[in-house]
Design a protein around this ligand. Sequence first.
Ligand code: CA
Length: 232
Amino acid sequence: MSRASATMDSVKVLLVEDDPSIAAVVRRGLGDAGFEVLHVETGAAALAADGYDFVLLDLGLPDTDGFDVCREIRTKSHVPVIIVTARGDELDRVVGLELGADDYVVKPFGMRELVARIRAVLRRGGGQDGVQPSGDIAVGTLLVNEKTREVTLDGQVMSLTPKEFDLLAYLATEPEVVHRRHDILERVWDTEWYGPTKTLDAHVAALRKKLGNQDWIEAVRGVGFRLRVPRT
Ligand code: CA
């Protein structure tokens, strides 16, 4: 699967919607927001589609139920899915989210709301990222558990010092977000910090080494750091 990129203009949305008037409005709105749109009208066409980063899935489709489409997509991919539906009752919500949908939008909805929801899901990293039922924070294959203070990467337990853990856990609570050096020092070192920030750099270097890929922690010059899933 292709991961959703941080730059919104390269995100390709698979729009599964059989109502032409709704599809036209959503296509235009997503296009205006900088998304690429691949539009299909049936569940079968949705399952045959490829090369998308995000799914907007209508539940009432002519050939199959959107829930079945969602379940099928989830068997092969963690691509983010937002279910779009006229059915707003609680049961459907629960079932939809258990099937692995990342969010739910009930018709009628505004484009502004829809775009905001899509961006929120993309920021969370979509798919399986975010806080899991186990209490793990998942960022790609990196799992951070603040209760047990255990970190695994690709299923392997990582050995971290207490401060390395605190730093990684702090960055993992908001992946993709750039955290200012001052904020990191204040939160992780638990003090106002006015001195040199070499300590932070040393810990970032140590973490990168243990993560096995520099790209896990990106330095944003003059600002700070962010945690993200490496693209390579
Ligand atoms: Ca429909």
